[in-house]
Ligand binder design. Structure first.
Ligand code: SF4
Ligand code: SF4
Length: 453
């Protein structure tokens, strides 16, 4: 049986360029640019200075809040600068620049194999936090926070998310085929950390080898079910995953915990095993480098801090008709303005697209066809959002739940008139936040005035 959610879009897939290829390791770059802000929440604070000799796995930036994570040296070498540098999703940010010494000397005290079954829940969470783990499906939410539900919100069910529904990306697929055992161990660790008893692994039906590998590995985990999902975008969104597997609808504005569920990406699960069992922090990842404008598309194992330029060089460079670089997938990725931008923990892909890939047909008036209504996995009325922008009706947009939009792009993809719906939603979200902040400030001023009187 193949499970599915409501809505979504049947997007054209371009996974063939890297699908089934082995993961290749990138040779050591001459410089690494390690950003201190790589997670949702607060940035970290550097604890090294220019001139310091550092070792692989050493803490180089410490968390500054509960919703923050430590950053570790991806290799041994020397800190040569701490400076402003392009960031793949934030424009610019502070990066610790490392000149590798090529020795790959691990920091002292890195533990060998540990048994997570002998650990307490707190010990597991501490190791996950100390490993600097964030959600690697793109959300970058600190993993230790996600695995710490409030006392009155017990979690019963864990879903490992192996959908990888973005049309070009295959890095999760490559890891599912090669690290299925570690993913299942990661799932066991998550279950123990949460005290949860029920588990599923959801994978789209276009990844038969991954389904076979995880089904085999999951045999040892009692009650764990590998669920084959219809390949439809955005199957990988948490809400779509929960709807398809559990048949439950998560209302907008609520977290999966409200239903007693936690969803974790499969690659995050493998990295949890690295951190908890092997003491290896999150310092490298697999990135899909693909698109019609890259000469040798590959899945590449790279150190965090490696630049797009180094990655593209390893993939044979780009063709002369390169028109756009995108970090992530084409549906939710971010256009890049510099080859010097480094990968961060959440960088699952780099697309080099040609003019032909990004040709945008002209925008027309809404045809009232209803395609966007059918496509929206959140049950919204996407056709109305450009109108709210035109009429500057922020309160109307709020009542229409614009804030619940997950910016998946399914509506825009399905729209025959090419209406700029996702851009409109972003404008609305910003305007609503500004209007709310103004209203709050005015309320506080009034209160202060009353108090003073
Ligand atoms: S309105 Fe938002 S959530 Fe709905 S399909 Fe469009 S982008 Fe996705
Ligand atoms: S899909 Fe496009 S044309 Fe059709 S109703 Fe929605 S906004 Fe209008």
């Amino acid at each position: 049986m193949i499970y599915h959610f409501q809505g979504g879009a049947k997007v054209a897939h371009h996974k063939h360029r890297t699908e089934g290829k082995p993961i290749e390791a990138l040779p050591m770059p001459s410089r690494l640019f390690v950003h201190i802000h790589q997670n949702m929440g607060a940035p970290s604070k550097p604890v090294v200075a220019v001139g310091d000799e550092i070792q692989k796995g050493q803490l180089i930036a410490e968390p500054t809040a509960f919703v923050s994570v430590p950053i570790h040296a991806p290799t041994s070498g020397k800190v040569v600068a701490i400076e402003t540098h392009p960031h793949p999703s934030m424009g610019k940010g502070t990066a610790i620049v490392i000149e590798p010494d090529g020795k790959e000397t691990w920091v002292k005290g890195k533990p060998e194999q540990l048994d997570f079954r002998a650990m307490t829940r707190d010990q597991i969470l501490t190791r996950i936090r100390d490993g600097g783990l964030v959600g690697l499906g793109g959300a970058t939410f600190p993993t230790h926070v996600k695995l710490t539900p409030p006392a009155n919100t017990p979690v019963r069910t864990v879903i490992l998310n192996g959908a990888e529904c973005e049309p070009y990306l295959t890095s999760d697929d490559a890891l599912m085929r090669t690290r299925a055992e570690d993913m299942v161990t990661g799932l066991e660790i998550i279950l123990k950390a949460l005290g949860a008893t029920e588990s599923y692994i959801g994978i789209e039906d276009n990844k038969p080898e991954a389904i076979a590998a995880l089904s085999q590995a999951a045999k040892r985990l009692q009650g764990c079910r590998v669920v084959v999902l219809r390949s439809r975008y955005p199957q990988g969104a948490e809400r779509s995953m929960i709807k398809a597997i559990l048949g439950k609808w998560l209302p907008g504005g609520k977290l999966p915990m409200a239903l007693g569920v936690v969803v974790q990406n499969v690659t995050t699960a493998a990295c949890i095993t690295d951190a908890v069992v092997r003491g290896i922090p999150l310092i490298e990842r697999v990135v899909t480098v693909t698109g019609s404008a890259v000469n040798q598309p590959k899945n590449v194992r790279v150190l965090v801090g490696t630049t797009w330029a180094d990655l593209l060089r390893f993939c044979g460079g780009t063709t002369s008709d390169l028109s756009r670089l995108v970090a992530g997938g084409p549906m939710m990725g971010v256009a890049q303005s510099s080859f010097d931008t480094p990968i961060v923990k959440a960088s699952g892909g780099l697309l080099a697209l040609s003019k032909r890939d990004i040709a945008v047909p002209p925008v027309g008036p809404c045809l009232r066809c209803g395609n966007c209504l059918e496509a929206c996995p959140m049950g919204l009325a996407p056709f109305a959002f450009p109108t709210y922008v035109r009429e500057r009706d922020w309160q109307g947009a709020k009542r229409a739940n614009a804030l619940h939009c997950v910016e998946c792009g399914s509506c825009e993809y399905s729209c025959p008139a090419n209406r700029p719906i996702v851009h409109s939603v972003r404008v609305l979200k910003k305007a609503i936040a500004e209007a709310d902040a103004k209203a709050k400030a005015a309320k506080m001023e009034t209160k202060a005035g009353v108090g003073a009187a």
